[in-house]
Design a protein around this ligand. Structure first.
Ligand code: ADP
Length: 311
């Protein structure tokens, strides 16, 4: 039976400002990146979000479908629009991000007409993946609805994966983010946690916040260093898996998103946790060698996952 994965979140229109002030259009979002790499690795994945009925929403849907991402669960909200951000690059090459996203359609995924149907449909997936950025979209009521949906997923035998991705500007205050992340980690079967995110959010107690779930769930703790290592805790296993050195790091956009995709794809293909971490490193290591979140298809590493071979 095919394992069905749902990635929940927001994809925004992306405008990159060029030196002459003109804007180059694209789109981007953390959980969308993960969905895209899952699809490229042969996993049956649906992106679950809300869009408007404007031409750019149509283009996004077509682009996702062309990547093999399932779009039948995308809610369309009449009169609404996707969020938007501009990437500005200064004369030193430093990039800054500027957002128009408060009224984005994706924020209403768990509210309004159609939300009940989204929740019911989500509860039937084998694996549901969301990030800290996803959580920041929905507000208290929406987060409660998502939490209830995750309980329903698990009650039906499905699993929930949570990636910490913490962006302070997405939250009205730190306390709300701390509470939401605590709840999300407690409800997850698989946690991808970045030591840096945890420290920003919880200070020195950051690692403890995630490690208290050891034994109960699988934890992938991404540390610093160059090249960085991840610590994988699964059952009695507690191993550290270093990444290989990448000759030229060009752009780290989507490093964590692609790592999560390859890790989950490998686990779904039967690889053990440490082997899955190696797959994560391989894909992420390739992604950071290219500009932008999405690498050319031809550059995708062959992780040999469809054979289900165990390393
Ligand atoms: P994010 O901040 O997007 O979550 P991380 O910094 O945690 O990303 O990196 C995710 C993964 O990307 C790492 O686990 C590793 O596989 C890869 N990666 C990131 N930086 C490097 C690097 N300098 N060298 C090799 N691999 C890297």
């Amino acid at each position: 039976m095919t394992t069905r994965v749902a990635c929940i979140g927001e994809c925004m229109m992306e405008l990159s400002e060029r030196p002459d002030g003109s804007l180059l259009r694209g789109y981007g979002g953390d959980t969308l990146n993960t969905a895209l790499y899952l699809a490229r690795l042969g996993v049956a994945v649906d992106y679950v979000t809300a869009l408007g009925d404007d031409p750019w929403s149509e283009e996004m849907l077509a682009a996702w479908a062309a990547e093999g991402i399932g779009t039948s669960r995308v809610r369309r909200l009449p009169g609404r629009m996707p969020g938007l951000y501009i990437i500005r690059t200064d004369e030193h090459g430093e990039r800054s991000f500027h957002y128009w996203r408060d009224s984005a359609a994706a924020r209403d995924l768990f509210s309004g007409p159609g939300a009940d149907e989204t929740r019911a449909v989500l509860s039937g997936y084998d694996l549901v993946y969301a990030s800290g950025i996803s959580l920041s979209l929905y507000g208290e009521a929406g987060r409660a609805a998502l939490a209830e949906t995750c309980r329903a997923v698990r009650a039906k035998g499905g699993r929930v994966a949570f990636d910490t991705n913490y962006r302070p500007r997405g939250w009205p205050d730190k306390a709300k983010a701390q509470a939401a992340f605590r709840d999300a980690m407690a409800a997850a079967d698989l946690i991808f946690a970045s030591a840096e995110d945890l420290e920003w959010l919880y200070g020195r107690e950051g690692e403890e916040e995630v490690l208290r779930h050891r034994g109960r769930c699988e934890i992938v703790l991404k540390g610093g260093g160059s090249p960085p290592s991840v610590r994988v805790l699964a059952g009695a296993e507690d191993v550290t898996v270093p990444a290989s050195t990448v000759a030229a790091v060009v752009d780290t956009t989507a490093a964590g998103d692609s790592f999560a995709a390859a890790y989950m794809a490998a686990r779904l293909a039967g690889r053990p946790p440490a082997g899955a971490a190696s797959c994560g490193h391989r894909l992420a290591g390739t992604v950071i060698g290219h500009r932008g979140a999405v690498i050319p298809r031809a550059a995708m590493p062959d992780l040999a996952l469809d054979s289900g071979n165990k390393p």
